[in-house]
Design a protein. Structure first.
Length: 150
């Protein structure tokens, strides 16, 4: 009886440890995080994302586009993502923010600008909200968060 109890306890500990390790791994190893450089490579879309965005203030759509174009991160050229690219980061398995919390640590549950303009009006551009995983059309002069891509 004691042997069975020890075997059961060992199994519970191993399963719990592997579950905890999986929780610390970005979404099925889809993402490769480079914390030294501050980037995240998405193996599914083959895009590289700016990882840390907390220190970046919200800004207008034009300023967001300029910010990405002038970003000197990892010595590469950056740009504002399309709404489809940005929405590919939405992770329905997480709640507010709806994004992988290991790969994109400390991402605020807020809207982020895309480079895509709204078909109904040239004065509107799309954003993706990581609070609920939704897309929104906003006036381009509003100040919203930004995450760059390459």
């Amino acid at each position: 009886m004691l042997n069975r109890a020890m075997k059961w306890l060992t199994t519970v500990v191993l399963v719990t440890a592997s579950t905890m390790a999986a929780a610390q791994t970005p979404q099925n190893a889809r993402y490769q995080v480079n914390p030294i450089v501050g980037t995240v490579f998405d193996g599914m879309t083959k895009l590289t994302w700016q990882r840390d965005v907390n220190a970046i203030p919200a800004m207008s759509r034009i300023d967001a586009s300029r910010y990405c174009a002038s970003l000197a991160l990892a010595g590469k050229r950056w740009r504002l993502p399309t709404v489809v690219e940005l929405w590919s980061l939405v992770d329905l398995g997480h709640v507010s923010p709806m994004i992988d919390p290991v790969a994109f640590a400390d991402t605020p549950a807020e809207n982020f600008w895309s480079s895509s303009t709204h078909l109904g009006s040239r004065d509107l551009a799309w954003s993706v909200g990581f609070d609920a995983g939704s897309k929104h059309g906003h006036r381009m002069d509003l100040t919203i968060r930004v995450r760059c891509v390459r």
